[in-house]
Design a protein around this ligand. Structure first.
Ligand code: 13P
Ligand code: SF4
Length: 295
């Protein structure tokens, strides 16, 4: 058991981490910004307050660094929703195909992919791909959202994964909130169903939602994503009002990460993230393709 000095580590937190954890972090961001920041940092120790695919992605990109997840058992349900045999099947049957995989996925699935994307760069990356056909996995909602915005005439095939936290958002609950707060803009995440995104004034990543609200002239917002973003929204916009689109819009796994679990990392009680080398090297190609195309 080896302790870690706080000053030797870069402490990262996702916007869905509990407020007390966001407060401790050196940097809080969306999935893309966090992966990029971890890779670019000179620090050799990364403590990532997020779910497992987030820490795993950093280890894939930076095998020389020691990466720690305060709660290794905190997982993203959508990341497990890929049938790996389907990927080979689609590749066999569809010519001129790119397998485009949302970062909310396992290392094994990334290793079978051409490029990884996040909600903040998927549109740009897909537009830049030369392929005629796109197999977008695992998130069907993000996939359909991007396909509807595509102007390059590509054909899309979709996986059938979804985020259990966002996918249960309904049009009815959003319309009820809009009736309650008629002056508010509705902002949401593309993991929500299409009919919910269709009601929105802005759809984007967690960082995109926060930037939009901060830069908007409007002072009231209905927020259709995990309630952790409210901490940063209120911090950056103390004079604006934010209303969650439903009570209990919570990712339970993100909320497993506590201040005590972060202390456990520094006390040396948590093992580092490991990814088997052959899988890591293949997955790194898809993640590095993202970093290159998102520039
Ligand atoms: P962002 O990349 O927008 O931060 O989203 C991550 C996520 O898990 C959303 O549910
Ligand atoms: Fe995964 Fe949904 Fe939680 Fe995001 S909110 S980490 S997609 S389960």
């Amino acid at each position: 058991m080896e302790t870690i000095r706080r000053e030797d580590a870069l402490l990262l937190a996702h916007f869905y981490a509990p407020d007390e954890v966001q407060k401790l972090a050196d940097f809080v961001g969306d999935s893309y910004a966090l992966a990029k920041r971890a890779k670019e940092s000179e620090k050799q120790i990364i403590v990532f307050c997020g779910v497992s695919f987030m820490g795993e992605s950093v280890k894939i990109l930076c095998p020389e660094k020691s990466v720690y997840l305060p709660v290794p058992a905190a997982r993203c349900a959508m990341a497990e929703m890929v049938d790996e045999s389907e990927i080979a099947k689609v590749r066999r049957n569809v010519p001129d195909l790119a397998v485009v995989t949302y970062i909310n996925s396992t290392a094994r699935v990334k290793a079978l992919s051409d490029v990884v994307v996040t909600s903040s760069n998927a549109e740009k990356i897909i537009a830049a791909l030369p392929h005629k056909n796109i197999y977008f996995i695992p998130d069907r909602n993000l996939g359909h959202f991007i396909a509807a915005r595509d102007r390059s005439g590509k054909n899309f095939y979709f996986g059938n994964g979804y985020c259990p936290v966002h996918d249960r958002t309904t049009k009815e609950e959003v319309l009820a909130k809009k009736a309650e707060y008629p002056n508010a803009l509705f902002v949401t995440h593309p993991e929500c169903p299409q009919e919910v995104c269709a009601l929105a004034d802005y759809v984007g990543s967690t960082a995109g939602i926060i930037d939009f609200a901060e830069n908007s002239d409007c002072s009231e917002f209905i927020v259709g994503t995990e309630e952790g973003v409210l901490y940063e929204l209120f911090r950056r916009c103390p004079n604006k009002k934010f209303y969650p689109s439903r009570a209990g819009f919570v990712c339970e796994d993100m909320k497993k990460i506590t201040k005590e679990s972060v202390d456990n990392v520094f006390a040396g009680y948590v093992p580092p993230v490991e990814v088997e080398e052959q899988t890591r090297a293949k997955a790194a190609e898809a993640l590095n393709a993202m970093l290159k195309l998102a520039k």
